[in-house]
Write a protein that binds this ligand. Structure first.
Ligand code: COA
Length: 157
């Protein structure tokens, strides 16, 4: 697919997305720990908002990679889901998502989960369509940008 030059590159900050949730009993297992599936659902929503904001298009989840559950969130915790684009290719975009928990009473913050989501932007006929490039600004964004290519090449030969 040919990349459209009319799309000006965008910085990761332009589509960075933060979602906040609270862990209710229905989100948790019998020990009061936030279920993995619910975490992924929230991450999928935040990363979809991020990808679609970058693309200005509807985008679908193509893959969820490198999922790491790091620390159990508990009932009552406040959950922050932060999604940021690392790189856009032709029609696909890699979004890095970090989830953290904050205990209301103690204020303790812990990393809960992280993963890379790949979204593909679609045109009105549901065919993949070109998206704007990503212009990384910070050193960290430049590192993520570089490594995103390695991940794409490694995953999709
Ligand atoms: C994702 C999807 C649109 C790709 O369609 P396709 O016809 O296979 O597309 P192509 O082979 O032309 O590839 C298009 C892009 O998708 C990427 N892609 C396709 N399958 C992928 C996968 N499993 N993981 C990551 N990227 C993928 C390709 O690398 C390519 O990226 P590029 O254009 O940036 O180089 C299609 O497989 C689909 O609709 N899947 C279902 C999506 C869905 O239902 N998600 C859940 C609901 S949102």
């Amino acid at each position: 697919m040919e990349k459209m030059n009319s799309h000006a590159a965008k910085t990761p900050a332009m589509s960075a997305t933060i979602m906040t949730e609270v862990v209710y009993p229905n989100d948790a297992n019998p020990m009061g720990m936030l279920q993995g599936g619910r975490i992924i659902q929230w991450m999928d929503t935040a990363s979809a908002i991020c990808a679609q904001t970058h693309a200005g298009r509807i985008a679908v989840t193509a893959s969820i990679d490198n999922v790491k559950f790091k620390y159990p969130a508990k009932t009552g915790d406040i959950i922050s889901i932060q999604a940021k684009i690392t790189r856009a290719f032709s029609s696909s975009m890699e979004i890095l998502v970090h989830v953290s928990s904050r205990a209301v009473l103690s204020g303790e913050i812990n990393p809960v989960c992280e993963a890379h989501f790949v979204f593909v932007a679609l045109d009105d006929n549901a065919n993949p369509v070109a998206v704007p490039n990503v212009k990384p600004q910070t050193q960290e964004e430049k590192e993520h940008y570089k490594n995103a290519l390695l991940r794409k090449n490694h995953k999709r030969p």
